[in-house]
Design a protein around this ligand. Structure first.
Ligand SMILES: Nc1ncnc2c1ncn2[C@@H]1O[C@H](COP(=O)(O)OP(=O)(O)OP(=O)(O)O)[C@@H](O)[C@H]1O
Length: 346
């Protein structure tokens, strides 16, 4: 169901390679996120002046806004080695112990989707972050003992699309949290200009604006749309101009606001099946055949941001703009909205 153009993470090797080629390598090359960038710069410089490892860093925000890129930059700017892992890969404390005990001094450890790490590993991480030490449990039951193991000093960079799911003790151990925001059109224009330059593609300003406005505030999506436009121009022997952008994006079903199939399915479900809401998250996710997490972390933030839906204590509700955008009329409301409140995870 997820659209490959706007899917939260790369779905193929080719896509990964394409993303890799366009990834900024330094803070100076990193577009936008001015506040987070300035804060990070200060933190890295202070660590450098004191010849120590930088504080642990938490990067929070929707997919595709540059969390992995920033983790790589933290390593690159300090000429430190980088180890990459992810929450789902750490399902036992032992997985984390193996990872931590093999770090070299000064290494940057990036854990993507850190909110999905096993609880037992999370607890081990507290001590590791604070004291660069872990306790390894040996044996079972009454005879079990713990052996302390010193670790090399490291910087943990955690990334999460759901910072609210992180337990407070873990969140508190990060020296700095950057909340990445959606990019505005001017920033996406800059991302696209840079990408076009790297790809050796001539992309006029009006074509860039057209792509930027359909990129859901997300550099990953801007770069993907650019790739499709480049293909279109190549196959049709046309310049990558505004007409090519429009034709290519129409072909791929990306509407003028950047809504893709899943966004439209979610909106249509709220409008048609639930009379505009309120509807709870899991009911909504089931009705569009998606995981609640995808609806919550990928679809909703953007629809809320562009004023299509609002989150209320009783569930998701479509706004007048959503009715208008989908060319539908809101129903005439009676005394109560019936039949939608059978899940409580709003
Ligand atoms: N500020 C930026 N300037 C230029 N390009 C960017 C920027 N942020 C992201 N990108 C581009 O978008 C792509 C996706 O970024 P990245 O993988 O860092 O996102 P992410 O937030 O880690 O996503 P996920 O949550 O899915 O891991 C990168 O390949 C990079 O080319």
């Amino acid at each position: 169901m997820t659209d490959p153009l706007t899917a939260p993470t790369p779905e193929s090797e080719a896509e990964l390679a394409f993303e890799g080629a366009l990834r900024p390598r330094s803070l100076a090359e990193f577009v936008g996120q001015q506040k987070a960038r300035g804060q990070l710069q200060l933190l890295l410089r202070a660590a450098e002046l004191q010849a120590r490892t930088p504080d642990h860093i938490l990067l929070a925000g929707p997919p595709g806004l540059g969390k992995t890129t920033l983790a790589m930059i933290v390593a690159h700017e300090g000429a430190r080695p980088l180890r990459m892992s992810s929450g789902p890969a750490i399902q036992h404390a032992g997985d984390l112990a193996a990872l931590l005990s093999s770090l070299v001094p000064g290494e940057v450890l990036f854990i993507d989707e850190i909110h999905r790490m096993a609880r037992s590993a999370e607890e081990m991480l507290y001590l590791a972050m604070e004291d660069f030490r872990i306790d390894i449990m040996v044996g079972k039951g009454a005879g079990a003992t713990s052996i302390p193991l010193d670790l090399a000093p490291f910087t943990l960079v955690g990334a999460t699309t759901r910072s609210g799911l992180l337990p407070n003790p873990l969140r508190d151990r990060f020296g700095f949290t950057a909340h990445l925001e959606f990019y505005d059109d001017a920033e996406l224009d800059e991302v696209l200009a840079r990408a076009a330059r790297l790809l050796g593609l001539e992309l006029p300003a009006d074509a860039r604006i057209e792509i930027a406005s359909r990129s859901r505030g997300t550099p990953r999506i801007a770069n993907r749309l650019l790739r499709r436009v480049r293909d279109y121009a190549l196959v049709h022997g046309r310049p990558a101009d505004r007409e090519s952008v429009r034709a290519a994006l129409e072909l791929y079903d990306v509407d003028p606001l950047g809504l893709d199939r899943l966004d439209r399915a979610v909106l249509d479900a709220i409008l048609s099946r639930f009379d505009g809401g309120p509807v709870g998250l899991s009911t909504l996710a089931v009705s569009v055949g998606e995981e609640p997490e995808t609806v919550e972390s990928v679809v909703e933030p953007f629809l809320v941001r562009i004023g299509m839906i609002s989150r209320t204590p009783r569930g998701r509700v479509a706004t007048p703009r959503a009715w208008e955008h989908r060319g539908m009329r809101p129903p005439v409301r009676g005394a109560a909205v019936a039949g939608t409140l059978f899940d409580d995870d709003v």
